[in-house]
Design a protein. Sequence first.
Length: 226
Amino acid sequence: MLKKNPLPPFVAIKSKENIVLSIIISACAFFIIAVCLLLLLGAVYILFVEEDEPIFLKVIVLLIGLVMNGIWVYLWKRSALTRYTDVTINEKGIFYDNRYTGKPVRQVKWADFRSRDNYAVDCIEPSKGLPLLGWWEAGEPLLRRHEAFRMSHFYPGAFKNRGELIATLLLGFAHFRPELTIDPKIYSSFHIDEQKYVFKRKQKIIESLFILLFFIVICLLIYLWV
């Protein structure tokens, strides 16, 4: 009988922010907010200064400005207290925290995970965007969670050790909840070594470069064809 390789030791991990990517994402978000504010100011100007514009146009522009600004204000308010900026995975479970309030947002202890359907933890591959982890938590009824380990606060940011977080989570399942069934697609989708439980960063970078190169080639072919 073949002996199963011993598990690597479990080491707790905390998320690390990718400062450069966070600045880029934040700049884009603040640009969108600035556009919304300028639109609202333009609507107010049209409403009170431009006398030649029809009243229905003034009302429509004003409503659009109010709705667009209302959306980002609502998202900011909701995320101020309920969204996380940091993640810690240790021997007790997963802990989500908000650094701006200094308060915990949510925690999932290892005992809280539940089995249902084919896999207790599976891989969700949406038609657009990066793959997600999916699992079931204790509750009445059971809670279905989709996790990407990307900062969910209104202040947009990104974790530079996202792959390591997922690898540590999978190792935690192997140590603390070995009876849970794990979708084998998770390891390939997130570039995790199934034996060593480490994130294969080089493989991820090479794959991303090939995708970028393929996209560039397609754009060149379209440009030359047209």
